[in-house]
Each structure stands twice: as structure tokens, then as C-alpha cells.
Ligand binder design. Sequence first.
Ligand code: NAD
Ligand code: IPM
Ligand code: MN
Length: 346
Amino acid sequence: PRRIDLAVIPGDGIGPEVTTEAVKVLLAAVGTDVEVALTEYELGAEHWLATGETLSDATLAALRTHDAILFGAVGAAPGDTLVPSGLIEREFLLKLRFSLDHYVNLRPTRLYAGVPSPLADPGVVDFVVVREGTEGPYTGNGGTLRGGTEHEVATEVSLNTAHGVERVVRDAFRRAAGRRGKLTLVHKHNVLVYAGHLWKRIVEAVAFEFPEVEHDYLHVDAAMIFLVTDPSRFDVIVTDNLFGDIVTDLAAAVSGGIGLAASANLNMDRSAPSMFEPVHGSAPDIAGRQIADPTAAILSAALLLRHLGLDGHAARIEQAVEADIASRTGTRTTTAVGDAIAAAVS
Ligand code: NAD
Ligand code: IPM
Ligand code: MN
């Protein structure tokens, strides 16, 4: 049989709880068709507290050798004074996304049948956000002067390269061409005139390669109105790293909750493994209680299988999730949800 070699990073908080279920479902879905090698890596805030490692060169090199990475979530609780906010996020998660060149952060949003949306009249919600993953305000290109004084100056520079924007925009057009043929650039070129105009120009230029795709533009603030009042207008949204982060938490909320939102950090050139993770974080407020919804992690495992060419197995997971969601009543433990979906795909 085909063999796939996966790295698994459960992480912190609910990360291990939901990742256990994602692995369970993935293994059930592939059955004996695919031989799966799993290597678990202990990383995250707890691991840093215990060892001082955020992400060493040796660990990064080891992660590179796998076909793909399945990741849960990392991060300390907001009030945690032992782990400085931003340390694990920057030195582990963003370091991974940047080092492995995950330039397409793909975040599909669907309102499944039977899922209550907070919107009174959501219509058909089925779009994907193509969030740039390696640039923007996330590059750590900033600093502080006269720290701690009343004259302190802090900068956080947004880095946008023509190369970086073009490759993610082209990917978004390709996806739109394979879907309903509509792309929306979300940015803020009325204020961010340098980055905004670069994005706009590149979208206009790449659009010539995709005459079958209709494209429009929304300022990010107005886009947030339509995401709530008329989400069915969206097919593919392409946007920068920070806007994409914010847009996708709202997208998750309007489509039934953060517990359902999956994501893929894709290296489309396949020069390094891609990484699959729920959109949500380590949720310290509910960790260790078996009440986290593992669906986002399970759907992320389906995205992993699809990226490795195992479309049929991915679809089996997605169909089982859809059926499970449609029949949800009352509350189940994290394990119970995973068990039910695993049973359905076996
Ligand atoms: P969060 O996504 O962890 O939690 C936000 C809210 O959503 C919480 O009330 C939480 O209980 C709820 N929630 C999240 N996932 C859920 C699930 N599967 N089922 C049910 N409810 C769920 O965001 P936060 O509280 O802002 O961040 C907590 C920590 O996680 C921080 O340290 C942050 O930096 C980190 N974080 C990590 C990632 C990641 O690893 N990819 C993503 C976001 C945040
Ligand atoms: C996400 C998270 C991360 C991001 C943080 C934890 C670095 O919020 O994956 O959405 O901002 O990308
Ligand atoms: Mn986020």
C-alpha cells in the first residue's frame, strides 16, 4: 500500500485533545489502503517551560523530513506570566510557517446543514479565504525606541513583496476558477496606500490569466459588514496575513463556530511539508475538560489527506463530518465526537 509519513504536534491546551481525535479519524479513514507512519513532537508553551526549546534547528530539520504536519494548537493562557505573550506564537508557530514557506493559508468556510448560525438569514455560506502566510505585519519587522518612557515609539512594519503577493493571488485565482468563479480582494488601499496598491495592481494583472473568474474589491471594514449581512456573496477571498487572521475568526463565527473551522498552511511548491491545523487556539479556558469540539482538527486532517492526493479518503471524512454535524443533539465529549466520526469512516 501507499505509505505516508506524518509529523504530529499536539501542542498545548485543547491541542492534544482535538489532535487525538483527528489522528483517530485519519487512521480509520485510510484503513489498510495507506500505511501511516506517525512521529509525535512535543512542542509549545509547556514544552518551552520544561526545556527552554521553542523550535530548535534540529527539530525544524526533523520536521522537514515528513510528508506533512498535523498540528493542534499552541499558546499559554492570556494571564500566564511565565510564558511571555508572543514567544511561542512567533518563535514556534510563525517560525514554522515562514521556514516551511507556507504561503497559502487556506481557510474554507461552510455553513453545514443543521448548524445554527448566529445570523438570522445566512443564505448559502460556502467560501474559502486564501490568507497570505509568510508576509504582511507578521514578519516581526518592527521595534521599539525609548521603551517604557512616555516617548516610547513602537513600529510593526508590514512587509509585502511583489513575489509574495503574486504567488498567493495566482493561487486564489486558480481556486476561484475551480469553484464558482469569483474572487474578492480584501484590503484597505484607501489608507494602506503602498501595500494596498501593490495588492490591487497584482490582482488586476493576474486577472488577465483567468478571464473566466470575475473579481472585485472590498475594503476590509466593509467586507466585515458583508460577511455578516450577505456572506453568500463570497466565493474566494484573498487577503493579507493580518486581515486574513481576523476575517477567518469572524467567518468561523458566522458559520457555526470556531470548533468547526479547519485550515491548511500550504507550501504549494512542495519544497517543504505543508501543515494542517484548526483555526482556533489552545483555548485554555476549556482545556482538559473534554468539551472542546474536535471537528475543526478532524476537517484539517481531511485537508491533509487531500493535499497528499488522497482525495477519496479526504471526502469520506468530510462526508462523515457533515452527517455527524447534521445529527448533533445535546453535548458529547471530545472523544465521543471523534469516536462517532471514526466509526462512520471505517
Ligand atoms: P482560542 O481560539 O484558543 O479561543 C477563543 C475562544 O474559542 C475560547 O472561548 C475557546 O474556549 C473557544 N474555542 C476555541 N476552540 C474551540 C473548540 N475546538 N471547541 C470549543 N470552543 C473552542 O483563542 P484565544 O483564547 O485568543 O487564544 C488562546 C491561546 O491560543 C493564546 O496563547 C493564543 O496565542 C493561542 N492561539 C494559537 C493558535 C494556534 O496555535 N494556531 C491560534 C489562535 C490562538
Ligand atoms: C491563527 C493564530 C495565529 C495567527 C497566531 C497564534 C500566531 O491566531 O492561526 O489564526 O495569527 O496566525
Ligand atoms: Mn487567528
